[in-house]
Design a binder for this molecule. Structure first.
Ligand code: 13P
Length: 255
């Protein structure tokens, strides 16, 4: 069985002090739900202190992006090697990085490879715009993103990869995708991975849904066997909501 995985993407929220205070309160609340992998993704500036505060707890840390370069004259960038020891996961290809920061499919692939080569686990985010969905092109568009992101990633490395399906129109809008729509795209992602890597890799790959996930819609998503967890923005910023999401995932998945 695939271990359910709930990650909170804090985006550009919470100062260093707020991040540390938050996880000190959150970690004991999440303690009982050992069957769910629990991750917070603070801003870079808060990573080290948050990782320190979480040491010895079951809550893991992720970064929100990473450079594809190892080191060098890349002002403002953070290399994968700099994250080693601080984080286990790193989100790559979030739609906000694709939209506002110029992360192309090719760059997302390079970042995923760089993360894997450093021993980090990439959460590769994909998802279509409203335009693409309304044009009936969601499936081929997301398939293209998946194929591009996974280029040159080996079957062995795939054990470290998580995919997050986040339709852009559902992010921060309150307009969450219907469970049927999410399941349709996620099943298509799994079928694409099956074609690329075979049955065992496809069956083992964890695929999250993201986009306006809240305690009141969580059970519906987590009841779908193909949806292995959630990548959560807004609702991960509140201890009560985050705890509830993890609790509901544990219940729905029976772990
Ligand atoms: P919201 O949960 O705020 O819609 O954000 C989703 C997201 O982008 C997580 O990466």
């Amino acid at each position: 069985m695939r271990t359910p995985i709930i990650a909170g993407n804090w985006k550009m929220h919470k100062t260093l002090a707020e991040s540390v205070d938050f996880v000190r309160e959150l970690a004991p609340r999440l303690e009982p739900f050992a069957g769910v992998e629990r991750i917070v993704c603070p801003t870079f500036i808060a990573l080290a202190a948050t990782a320190d505060a979480l040491r010895g707890t079951p809550v893991k840390v992720g970064a929100q992006t990473v450079s594809h370069e190892e080191k060098g004259a890349f002002t403002s960038q953070i290399a994968p090697g700099m994250l080693v020891g601080l984080v286990e996961y790193v989100i790559v290809g979030h739609s906000e990085c694709r939209q506002y920061l110029g992360d192309s499919d090719e760059l997302v692939n390079k970042k995923a490879l760089a993360a894997l080569n450093a021993g980090l686990k990439p959460i590769i985010a994909v998802g279509e715009s409203l335009e693409k969905r309304q044009a009936g092109a969601a499936l081929p568009f997301v398939e293209g993103q998946v194929r591009a992101a996974l280029a040159n990633i080996s079957a062995e490395q795939m054990a470290q990869v998580v995919v997050a399906y986040e339709p852009i129109w559902a992010i921060g809008t309150g307009l969450n995708a219907s469970v049927d729509d999410a399941v349709e795209v996620i099943a298509h992602i799994r079928a694409t991975v099956r074609e690329l890597y075979g049955e065992a890799v496809a069956d083992g790959l964890r695929i999250q849904y993201g986009g306006s996930v809240k305690p009141d819609n969580m059970v519906a998503y987590m009841s779908a066997p193909d949806i292995d967890g959630a990548l959560v923005g807004g609702a991960s910023l509140k201890v009560d909501d985050f705890t509830k999401l993890v609790e509901l995932a544990a219940q729905a998945k029976g772990v």
